[in-house]
Ligand binder design. Sequence first.
Ligand SMILES: Nc1ncnc2c1ncn2[C@@H]1O[C@H](COP(=O)(O)OP(=O)(O)OP(=O)(O)O)[C@@H](O)[C@H]1O
Ligand SMILES: [Mg+2]
Length: 228
Amino acid sequence: MDRTPSGISGLDSIIEGGFPKGRNFFLSGSAGSGKTILSMQFVYNGAYKYQEKGLYVSFEEPIEDIISDSSRFGWNIQKMVDEEKLKFLYFPMLKKDFEENVFDLLSTLVKQIKENKYQRLVIDSLPAFGMAFNDYNKMRKELFLLLHEIRKLNCTTIVITEKPSGDIGLTHFRVEDFLAQGLIMLHLGHTYRGIEVRKLRGTNHSTDVHRMRIGEEGIVVYPGDHPY
Ligand SMILES: Nc1ncnc2c1ncn2[C@@H]1O[C@H](COP(=O)(O)OP(=O)(O)OP(=O)(O)O)[C@@H](O)[C@H]1O
Ligand SMILES: [Mg+2]
């Protein structure tokens, strides 16, 4: 199977060299656990190190904030944007007509991926996207259709979801892990950060929690080093 390396130190070696190419997985964890940073690192490394174009779709934070926060890690995001290797789209989901127009929005995404041959996609985040829906089943259906379409385009996709802190469930809607081809959990404790691969179809991985750090160059994973 072809792999899409994250380029994140320590992460690729625990997932047989990278994420299964063209598939999707969910990234869950509590607030501040590093979901946005990991996803940015995934698309930035794709553009900068692996010549793979990436699309970052935010329903949550404005693009300027994401770019300026990530620039702290020495990543020249603007250069990648100027060279058309990275693209950011922001859809504030609080707009009144979001739910009526969601079909157009999702077909715009699919069209963009097709036309520009994006090979990496991030959706940040599913709970923000889901908030715009009054009808939960409609949201699930739209999400499922979107993932189905993207699957055909060979674009490796991270869908960010969240784990409410203190909640025993792993993900916001509690269905994501069944829908997705993989689930990665980020752990945030008082004194540690960790990462755990819960599920990754087609991949031989352990389900250990590995220590993770957010340092000056972004996320670093320490394979086999238990965080607590
Ligand atoms: N420059 C930095 N150096 C070290 N740690 C940082 C740096 N910038 C942010 N962090 C840490 O990363 C956290 C934010 O990570 P990130 O935005 O990826 O979280 P998230 O999981 O996306 O959270 P949310 O659910 O709120 O969107 C901060 O709370 C802080 O602890
Ligand atoms: Mg975030």
